[in-house]
Design a protein around this ligand. Structure first.
Ligand code: YSA
Length: 358
């Protein structure tokens, strides 16, 4: 015999009372944790309503039909109320957070972190601008270069002792035509020959670009660094043009008071060859106790000279008709002098404390 409803506690009245008590309790809850505890207590696997529903099976068929419908309705009611209360509480929490942490539209925005130009880029632009203002154009060329342009066309044939001036990084390369000596360019001078081959005088160009040398690094030497090459070729160019142009460049970069000094130097692709120095801007040429010019009063800033007739003839120019001057300088060393940078390795060690100063 199934138990009577009164015995199991499963009567319409008990269901009604349980539902009312649960709803009342639910309305008093105010956070998600207590909602979950409430759910477990009434609707969980061993919850009060769940256990009550399990008693349905003990009722006879007629009672089961009526009481069962009421019990299922009670379960739906509790589930709906729980859902509504959960929504109310989370909306309340959101509103509270919104009030506390709301955006103050009157605050100034956070500035975007802007990048800046690398000091080498800055000095390259400064150097190029000075020459552009004197009528020079800018061209660039390959960093991986043939022996032919890096040396041969510059009057430095194979076996020439002057090759030792440029410690070279060679590249193994061969094609159908056989072995072709290839290298990482040791200077920007190969562009002299490339530019002259590709055009006719008058020529006035500067060539900024990266160079590579098989060299140990120290405070003034990197194994990769930049150079700016310059070339002017025309009918009637003289050494006076070289001096005037480079003097003007020195004044533009280092100040209008600068003096310049030219001394003989040797580069196989010029005749005569010179190095150019400026009087020391740190000690005004006095020299004594100066760290920048090391007591000499002069700072060497570039190599230069009149383009060698053999170089002109090599590209098919008539050396009797055309003359020209060329020069080459190291922008990092110029920046070091200008900004008092003591170690060239700082340029490419990616230390933001250094880079942010420019
Ligand atoms: C000379 C006469 C010309 O008519 C034209 C160009 C030249 C320059 C020549 N091609 C040359 O390479 N000369 S150099 O070996 O003395 O280098 C020129 C400049 O490059 C140096 O004054 C220096 O500023 C820079 N340089 C050379 N080796 C470097 C370096 N900078 C950093 N690290 C190195 N290892």
């Amino acid at each position: 015999m199934p138990e009577s409803p009164e015995v199991s506690g499963l009567t319409p009245r008990s269901i009604e009372e349980l539902t009312q008590a649960a709803v009342q309790e639910l309305e008093g809850l105010s956070d998600q944790e207590s909602l979950e505890a409430w759910r477990v207590a009434y609707l969980g696997r061993r919850g009060r309503l769940t256990l009550m529903l399990r008693g349905l099976s003990q009722l006879d068929l007629e009672q089961r039909r009526t009481t069962g419908a009421l019990a299922n309705q009670a379960k739906r009611t509790l589930e709906e109320r729980l859902e509504r209360r959960t929504r109310e509480i989370s909306e309340g929490e959101l509103a509270r957070i919104g009030l506390q942490d709301s955006i103050d539209v009157t605050l100034p925005g956070r500035p975007m972190a802007l990048g800046r130009l690398h000091p080498t880029t800055q000095i390259l632009r400064e150097i190029c601008d000075a020459f552009v203002a004197m009528g020079f154009g800018i061209v660039e060329g390959p960093e991986v270069e043939w022996d032919h342009y890096n040396f041969e066309m510059l009057n430095i044939p194979k076996g020439h002792p002057a090759r030792d001036m440029w410690n070279t990084l060679w590249i193994d390369y061969s094609n159908e035509a056989g072995e072709q000596p290839m290298l990482l360019r040791t200077h920007t001078s190969p562009m002299q020959a490339r530019v002259m081959e590709a055009s006719q005088p008058p020529i006035r160009v500067v060539v900024p670009g990266k160079c590579y040398r098989y060299e140990a690094t120290d405070a003034t030497h990197e194994w990769h660094f930049y150079q700016v090459e310059g070339l002017a070729v025309d009918d009637g160019i003289t050494f006076a043009d070289l001096k005037g142009t480079l003097y003007e460049f020195a004044r533009r970069l280092f100040g209008a008071d600068r003096k310049v000094r030219f001394r003989c130097d040797y580069f196989p692709f010029v005749e005569p060859g010179v190095d150019m120095s400026i009087d020391c801007f740190a000690c005004d040429g006095r020299g004594s106790g100066c760290r920048i010019c090391r007591d000499s009063g002069w700072i060497e800033i570039m190599g230069a000279g009149m383009v060698h007739p053999r170089v002109l003839a090599g590209v098919g120019y008539d050396p009797e008709k055309y003359t020209g001057f060329a020069f080459g300088l190291g922008p990092e060393r110029i920046a070091m002098l200008k900004y008092g940078i003591e170690d060239i390795r700082l340029f490419y060690s990616n230390d933001l404390r250094f880079l942010r100063q420019f």
